[in-house]
Design a protein around this ligand. Structure first.
Ligand code: MG
Length: 275
């Protein structure tokens, strides 16, 4: 019966008054850019938000730091200051610093995690050292050698918290799909028989930490993203309004398969419809 309800409207040009919201959240991959190119309307929309001095943030489940993402966007011709970027790695850093006092951390993740936490935590290397938490990234990371995975597993078995930067099962690469952060985290969680904490989209933790940073209430935000699971469901879960852009992962047919309550508030073909 639910299938007979009309899908959410596809917007003609404009119509969303961003002044009704305290902040606009934009997904990055599949919304702002694809591979190494900005998507239609992205550069102009960001420029417009800057000119309007609007509060906005760009989100990604990347295991890298906002600084590194800003540099990458710069190379694509998207001028975006790092303080407008929130990555799953940055959410992980916020979580670690809020959860532990003088944390002792084993980094199974990235250089970006090292840069953001260096000087604020004690890095653990040996398998005998007391450890509060293991931060887990993708299996291909230079930080995730076989030996380091084994040491990380031992720490978690002895009580260190297992923190996955995000729960992504896979991610796209030039040669196809690669194992994601969620896959390596699940391997260690299984071996240690623990439940990991995940910090990226679609976790409420991610959106709550971001709203805390922006000093806005989730219910006063609108999110624009291309992924029904990580963007739309995550944002709806904390009470945000949502706009699905069709340039990336999810299609109109995917939306029509969802119960009405899980559908985005609006659907657009691409970001030019918001200009
Ligand atoms: Mg995306």
């Amino acid at each position: 019966m639910l299938d007979n309800l009309p899908p959410p409207p596809t917007l003609p040009r404009v119509l969303i008054d961003f002044d009704l919201f305290d902040a606009v959240l934009l997904d990055l991959d599949g919304t702002i850019y694809h591979e190494e190119h900005p998507l239609p309307g992205a550069v102009e929309l960001v420029r417009r938000f800057e000119a309007q001095r609007r509060k906005y943030a760009c989100l990604t489940n990347s295991t890298s730091s906002p600084d590194r993402i800003a540099a990458r966007l710069q190379r694509m011709g998207i001028a975006l200051d790092a303080h407008h970027i929130y990555t799953a790695a940055a959410a992980t850093v916020d979580y670690v610093l809020q959860t532990f006092t003088n944390p002792r951390i084993f980094n199974l993740a990235t250089e970006g995690i090292h840069e953001m936490l260096d000087g604020k935590v004690q890095w653990i290397e040996g398998e005998e050292d007391p450890c509060d938490a293991v931060i887990c990234g993708v299996p291909l990371s230079v930080y995730a050698t076989d030996e380091r995975r084994r040491v990380a597993m031992l720490h978690v078995r002895r009580g260190a918290r297992l923190i996955g930067i995000c729960a992504d099962r896979v991610y796209p690469s030039p040669r196809g799909l690669e194992f994601g952060v969620g896959a390596l985290t699940a391997m260690i969680a299984y071996a240690a028989n623990v439940q990991p904490v995940f910090c990226g989209k679609p976790e409420a933790l991610f959106f709550d930490e971001l709203c805390h940073r922006l000093d806005v209430a989730p219910g006063r935000c609108v999110l624009i993203g291309d992924n029904l699971e990580s963007d739309i469901a995550g944002a709806k879960g904390v009470g945000m309004k949502t706009i699905l852009t069709l340039g990336g992962v999810s299609s109109r047919e995917d939306v029509e398969r969802l119960p009405p309550a899980a559908r985005p508030d609006w659907i657009i073909d691409d970001l030019t419809k918001l200009l």
